[in-house]
Design a protein around this ligand. Sequence first.
Ligand code: NAD
Length: 421
Amino acid sequence: MLRMGGAGTTGMLMAAGAQSAGPAYPPPTTVDTGTVADGKVAFPEWRGAADKPSAPPPAPTPPAQRVGFAIVGLGRLSLEEILPAFGECGKARPVALVSGTPDKLRAVAKQYGIAESACYDYAGFDRIQDDPAIQAVYIVLPNGMHREYVERAAAAGKHVLCEKPMATSTGDARAMVDACARAGVRLMVAYRCQYQAHNQRAQAFVRDGTFGRLVGMSAVNVQTTAPDATRQWRHKRALSGGGALPDIGLYCLNAARFLTGEEPVEVFATVVSPPGDPRFAEVEETVSFTLRFPSGFIANSFTSYGAREDKHQRLLFAQATVDMPNAYAYTGQRLVVGRRARSDTVQEEVVLKATNQFAAEIDHFAECVRKNQRPRTPGEEGVQDHVVMDAIYRSAATGRPVMLPRVDGLDATRGPMPRQA
Ligand code: NAD
């Protein structure tokens, strides 16, 4: 007699008289087991059409084949977001750390299983060129240090992912693009929102004309800074390049650009800082800026280090209002569409799976490195934000609108869209 076994014994035949581990279960079908093609497991849908189908299971690259990253700078962003996000990456892994603080370097290396031989200080950074496990470098240093470390990483022959803002001046940003082009390495600026599901859906609403023309946008990115914040690099111009604008207002500016794919042709701005506050002796507290785009779309943005945290974006379409609470936050994004339905006004929330946007951004760069492709947010994307920020500061200084050269076509500074989950 031959019997089919229980769980986990699909297709395995047990000889008569053999000890069975348990009762005889009805054998699974491929609906239960799924199927494997191209090294990927797929399950057929088992729920009704009224329910949202589940996404295919992740198919991570085997750890040894993932793109190896060196993380440069072990500050808050690296420790609180980036290193944990690697745990959710499928194509990238951390293989080296760079820090000027030896006890922190040792502690973090232990936490993430990084060998002592793959820990570098800033003086020894250039030795990364001898480590073939490091294919890419993620620069997470104060803004004023980005140029030096991007150039040194490129000279070491490593691809570079650089935190935003790309630099502290347009000239530095351009030099970084040139250095990476000369070295033949890819450069990407870490505009995580462009890899975030709610922001990508909002972009699709604009590009597909789902609700008609995008007429306007109101974007707020504000937060407060501690009374003794003068000790922090964000309040030192040489390291930050500016105050709220390059740090957080940049998200509003970049969103207005990537949602539409257009480039602004006119900028008008006002900058205000509380007089006598030492925190704002070198950098500004508050910036209000308006961008006009070739299609007539107008983006009004407000950024400040003086107001309680709020990161709200509202898109004003001809036929709908799309509200995005927490648009620029690490988590908690929402997408609420207000529109007319027959004789009613409805507010509908588009519920999207919350995924780790840092992991999505890192995996996108890893894929670009592996396939030798231009990233969605290459260095040129960062340069253009610097060009517009220069115009914002110029307008505020002169009290007049500043015109920018018209850029034809869409997404002039971007690579192809990443595959969406
Ligand atoms: P942070 O102050 O927490 O970390 C900066 C690290 O740089 C620290 O470990 C510090 O020791 C090191 N450092 C080396 N030399 C330094 C010097 N001379 N002065 C000061 N620090 C020095 O800052 P952070 O918040 O991690 O920001 C780092 C970068 O990441 C910045 O470019 C910032 O704009 C960017 N950032 C991006 C996001 C995002 O959501 N993408 C969020 C926060 C910060």
